[in-house]
Design a protein around this ligand. Structure first.
Ligand SMILES: [Mg+2]
Length: 338
């Protein structure tokens, strides 16, 4: 089994600003696992919030030796070892995990959703994310997002009211709000959510800093909108502790080290009575299509990462009138764009 990787700069259509950061280019690492004449494709999209950069991803991948395993069918053993190699590095681990899954699907000549016994007609609608921006740019983005029935709005900065007012000036559609830990105290978050309850909002993602579970539980008793964990919900072992604190979790392959653990988080969340969203970082169609393969199992999708870019090198899952359409191609279902 041969592991290779290369870096690629995804260019963003608009400067992407959330409560803690802003950027125009988002570098990724494309991962390939080759065995038996078949190449599985994966992707790592590192996030500084979780201590990763292109340099940490490539260093981690360089430290691995996959030659001692028989084939990607040894996925469980391989990923157990890869995960134990070092803490963190979850996007690098996800890159390997996705490539192994893609290889297995290609070898069996079936898409992963079929491998897992899922119904491709059950994929959810995906929201499109509107990052923090100047009012005229937000208006433009909202108009361009016409085909999406649901928008996700990034708040948590100093101009939340202005952003909501701008969006509500253009559209009445359902909004999901992501504060990205931006409201620093539970009292501020309470005031914001009480206001958002009147604004046609479906749920609020990560209102408070990730570690403030006590504050979030306090908040949840006082608001009428569901609260969804993102930065508080990284991996499988976070899930049980979120019961009674949040109403749902946002699963991202880049946080949870890939599809193997993502599937386990789906099961754990269901057992804890939590709703499930599948989200993403800024990613190409490789990682987005991988996450979309398990989307028939979830309640809400926010898999717009590739749509926010202008130079996605791959074709994969497509979006029609806001709904995720899984391709019939094997594995994660992507091919290089011609
Ligand atoms: Mg989020």
């Amino acid at each position: 089994m041969k592991l290779t990787f290369s870096t690629f700069d995804l260019k963003l259509k608009y400067t992407f600003t959330i409560s803690r950061s802003s950027r125009d280019v988002s570098p990724i690492v494309l991962v390939e696992v080759e065995h038996d004449g078949i190449t599985g494709l994966g992707e790592a999209s590192p996030t500084r919030r979780y201590g990763e950069t292109i340099e940490t991803v490539t260093a981690f991948l360089r430290s691995l030796d996959l030659s001692r395993y028989d084939s990607p069918f040894d996925l469980e053993a391989i990923m157990t070892d890869v995960d134990a190699k070092a803490p963190g590095n979850t996007s690098a681990k996800a890159g390997i995990d996705i490539a192994l899954h893609d290889w297995i699907g290609k070898k069996l000549n079936i898409p992963l959703y079929r491998y897992w016994g899922l119904d491709r007609s059950k994929t959810p609608f995906t929201s499109l994310t509107i990052g923090i921006d100047q009012p005229e740019v937000i208006e433009q983005k909202v108009r361009e997002a016409e085909e999406y029935p649901v928008l996700k709005v990034k708040l948590g900065g100093s101009n939340d009211e202005e952003i909501m007012k701008t969006i509500r000036h253009v559209t009445k559609k359902t909004l999901r709000v992501d504060a990205n830990e931006g409201w620093k105290t539970k009292e501020i978050a309470l005031e914001k959510i009480k206001w958002l309850e009147q604004e046609g909002v479906e749920f609020v993602e990560q209102p408070l800093p990730a570690r403030d579970l006590a504050g979030t539980a306090w908040l949840r008793e006082r608001v009428n909108l569901p609260l969804v964990a993102d930065e508080s919900s990284l991996r499988l072992d976070d899930v049980p502790g979120l019961r009674g604190v949040f109403d749902g979790i946002n699963i991202k392959l880049m946080k949870c080290a890939g599809l193997r653990e993502g599937m386990r988080m789906v099961a754990a969340a269901r057992a804890c009575g939590l709703k499930i969203m599948a989200g993403c970082m800024i990613e190409s169609s490789v990682a987005i299509s991988a996450a979309a393969q398990l989307s028939p199992l979830i309640d809400w999708a926010d898999l717009d990462g590739a749509v926010l870019t202008t130079n996605d090198p791959f074709d994969g899952v497509t979006i029609a009138q806001g709904r995720l359409l899984l391709p019939e191609r094997p594995g994660i279902g992507v091919q290089k764009r011609r």
